[in-house]
Ligand binder design. Sequence first.
Ligand SMILES: NC(=O)C1=CN([C@@H]2O[C@H](COP(=O)(O)OP(=O)(O)OC[C@H]3O[C@@H](n4cnc5c(N)ncnc54)[C@H](O)[C@@H]3O)[C@@H](O)[C@H]2O)[C@H](O)CC1
Ligand SMILES: [K+]
Length: 476
Amino acid sequence: MITSDEIAVVDANSEALGVPRKQLMESSGNAVAREVRARTDEGDGVALVCGRGNNGGDALVAARFLRTRDVTVHLLGRPETITTDIARENWDALEQTDIDTRVVTDSRDFDLGSPALAVDAMLGTGVTGALREPEATVARALNDADAPVLAVDTPSGVDTDTGAAAGVAVDAESVVTFHDTKPGLADLDADVTVADIGIPAAAETFVASGDLLRLSRLPDSHKGDHGEVLVVGGGPYTGAPALAAQAALRAGADLVRVACPDAIASDVQGYAEDLIVHGYDGTRLAPAHVDEILPRAREHDTVVFGPGLGDHDDTLDAVGSFLEQYDGTAVVDADALQVVPEVETDATLVCTPHQGELRAMGGETADDPERRAALVESFAAEVGHTLLVKGAEDVISDGERTRRNRTGNPGMTVGGTGDVLAGTVGALACLLRPRDAAAVGAYANGRAGDILHESHGAGLTASDLVETLPRAFEGE
Ligand SMILES: NC(=O)C1=CN([C@@H]2O[C@H](COP(=O)(O)OP(=O)(O)OC[C@H]3O[C@@H](n4cnc5c(N)ncnc54)[C@H](O)[C@@H]3O)[C@@H](O)[C@H]2O)[C@H](O)CC1
Ligand SMILES: [K+]
């Protein structure tokens, strides 16, 4: 099953892989025509009722594939108001043929006639809220008509994210849906066919520019609120927490604070004026600091735990104690990772190990990319957290869904890039579910590295990466 937000990402990734939407629409239209032929006889009347989006576009394509049927195309709205170029191009193409096309601007003018089959292509995954006019009246007319209804993708009026109807919905005898089934279709008393429309499997497997849509299509609850991140790091190293914090800012977080030992606080502050640094006493994280860090962590949307902490026994004990008591969202990186498999925690974790750290956690790797991805998926299920395993090809899995990321280049093996990634994912995890934050973070980091590779060759630094992140989020 796939939701409309997810299909938008997959569509855009398909386009990035060289299979554009217009090509998918051709396949969708072909699939609709196939269903129409299966449900009618030669010469039968078929009414195609088209909305102004791509759902209507699918039926406009279908009309061309139905030369053996007596087709009438009803467009709901003026052709100038068709919302997408590809649907409009298909309308324009139909207008050059002798197919009977009718423009319905007022629902009172809608005349279905008495076809053997009516095709509902008013609205698909682009629907928002209850059907407006003329669609609502036309939906009632379809429901009152004698002809059985074949719905394209989803019956119009059914919310494709919840499967519920916000008002009147088309009552379809059959549905031809694309790529994968949609929420709610299984609950309908309709015959549902899933048609393969040629979306490459890679559009789902690999993270690509379409995944950036996850950020631009955020629910209203997140508009204008991009979250606050606490970076807990530093001790033996000072640059790491500063890099993670700066990356979180560049990845869009509203506010980023660093908690680090007093002994290095001024060094961390020295990396950038806009960092907010809180020191705890001493030279490294220890169990005595956990009571001070926990309430601070709870005031942030996410915590990035690990950059530069080091692996002193006291520090690892403190990490364990923190995770046992914390129930928010945290990105765990570097030395803190080794604690994760041993600890009982209610926290939602995104762990960002490289291959060596993964093995140290008890996970397995393999040379074959598919095998490696499968191993990461089962290890994620075992530890109960999201994993982002870094490598020439990154693997991201929450144990249920697994993605692979191909952005990035060997120039990025320079020190500090892991800190940048952890900070980026920390910022994204304020907005997206863990596996999406990890996937988009891995993609954007690698893309920043690829942009820099063009200008800097192998000479890129982690700070360059931070500066380039905003461009990487702009997409291609
Ligand atoms: N990968 C795929 O599965 C493909 C699917 N295709 C088809 O495209 C539609 C989705 O197309 P989209 O243009 O995004 O949206 P719709 O056509 O569903 O609707 C947009 C259209 O409707 C108006 N609108 C929105 N809500 C309402 C409402 N409540 N009442 C009236 N009008 C409404 C909005 O303003 C727009 O004008 C998908 O379902 C498939 O059928 C593609 O063929 C390519 C690949
Ligand atoms: K429809």
